[in-house]
Design a protein around this ligand. Structure first.
Ligand SMILES: O=P(O)(O)O[C@@H]1[C@@H](OP(=O)(O)O)[C@H](OP(=O)(O)O)[C@H](O)[C@H](OP(=O)(O)O)[C@H]1OP(=O)(O)O
Ligand SMILES: Nc1ncnc2c1ncn2[C@@H]1O[C@H](COP(=O)(O)OP(=O)(O)O)[C@@H](O)[C@H]1O
Ligand SMILES: [Mg+2]
Ligand SMILES: [Mg+2]
Length: 333
């Protein structure tokens, strides 16, 4: 009789744009060859009526999805949910998102890391009165919406040069010190224990002259995702050549990634890092994103398939050990 190998079902619940970029034939086929079937979850139908799934991957917003997932987990406690709603929610607020960075303890010989100085402002009066902000946050600042829920609105930012630029902002808003970083940002993709760091173009440095200019602020959205044409239209000036930018030390970045993975309890995320040009070997984490655009990561199909294979087979082994312990206990009693 032919031996049947165990196949695993992984349900995915993703917004249409995300589904299009992430669920490519190359990923589906590779996963299938390794015994993993990727199955679309229909968010318009009750989740409990779909599956059963060994694992659920998800990036959807809203109370309805949250309730559906909680109900499904209660009825199917052995299904792995990647990742937990509670852990993801911490990333939906730009203050709680970066709090974990300050909790990390990493030993490095010459490098250091942290986050830029930042405050959250809820009232317009406070916003327009920089003397009430307390110590530390000085112009130029980046004004970021407090909520980071993936909506277009949550990515709309302003680089604010002076008081004049504050007038256009609407609280609740996070004012984060803009740190000159040579126009290059490092994006660190994490998939379980796998870490990949790539460089992308960022906002150019701000000169003293620019700070004194009459223009109060500059609005932008998702700079590192802009096309070359959009970046070169004069608005973002001439940007530096990415090729020349030196990468941060790999082991240092991997340590931060592993630390963040443990502290956030997340398996699938990326974070943006800049190198402070004033100090040189100081790195600042400015953003953490849940389930980012993995299709842009080199060999994403292999990395994701290996990850799923590992978590599913670990789950299977844990179940076998658990079942044999139950049998042994019953025999013993
Ligand atoms: O769409 P992509 O591939 O550009 O991915 C976006 C990410 O780009 P990145 O992988 O960092 O270059 C993007 O990261 P950045 O904003 O560029 O730091 C976000 O993760 C975005 O998700 P959300 O809108 O914050 O929920 C991600 O958008 P979704 O695909 O989740 O809508
Ligand atoms: N503190 C900062 N100093 C310098 N540049 C920054 C800072 N914060 C953000 N940026 C620039 O703005 C971009 C968008 O900010 P980010 O916090 O990553 O928002 P998003 O969630 O929309 O990606 C970054 O990719 C980077 O180019
Ligand atoms: Mg970002
Ligand atoms: Mg982000």
């Amino acid at each position: 009789m032919a031996e049947t190998t165990r196949r695993f079902g992984v349900g995915y619940a993703l917004a249409p744009k995300k589904q299009q970029s992430f669920i490519q034939d190359s990923l589906v086929n590779l996963a299938s060859e390794r015994g993993i079937d990727l199955v679309r979850i229909d968010a318009d139908k009750p989740l409990v009526e779909q599956g059963p799934f060994d694992c659920v991957l998800h990036k959807l917003c809203g109370e309805d999805w949250k309730n559906q997932l909680e109900e499904y987990s209660a009825k199917n406690p052995s299904t792995l949910v990647i990742d937990s709603l509670e852990a993801i929610e911490k990333l939906h607020n730009r203050i709680s998102m970066l709090e974990v960075v300050n909790e990390l303890e990493i030993e490095a010989e010459t490098e250091s890391f942290g986050i830029p100085k930042q405050i959250v402002i809820y009232e317009s009066e406070k916003l327009l009165d920089p003397s009430s902000w307390g110590e530390g946050v000085e112009f130029p600042v980046i004004a970021k919406p407090l909520v980071a829920d993936g909506s277009a609105k949550s990515h709309k930012m302003s680089l604010v040069f002076n008081r004049e630029g504050l007038k256009k902002l609407k609280p609740p808003i996070v004012l984060q010190e803009f740190v000159n970083h040579g126009g290059v940002i490092f994006k660190v993709y994490v998939v379980g224990d796998h870490v990949t760091c790539v460089k992308r173009k960022s906002l150019p440095d701000v000169s003293e002259e620019r700070l004194r200019s009459l223009e109060g602020s500059l609005s932008f959205s998702q700079v590192s995702n802009l096309s070359t044409h959009e970046r070169d239209d004069g608005k973002y000036y001439k940007l530096m050549d990415l090729e020349e930018a030196e990468m941060p030390p790999e082991s240092f970045i991997t340590d931060i990634a592993r630390g963040l993975r443990r502290a956030t309890k997340l398996h699938l995320f990326n974070f943006d890092v800049i190198r402070d040009t004033r100090i040189g070997n100081r790195y600042l984490v400015i953003d953490i994103n849940y389930f980012p655009g993995y299709a842009k990561m080199p060999s994403y199909e292999t990395v994701l398939t290996d990850f799923l294979w590992d978590v599913l087979n670990k789950k299977e082994t844990d179940c076998v050990i658990f079942r044999s312990l139950v049998v042994r206990n019953k025999q013993g009693s």
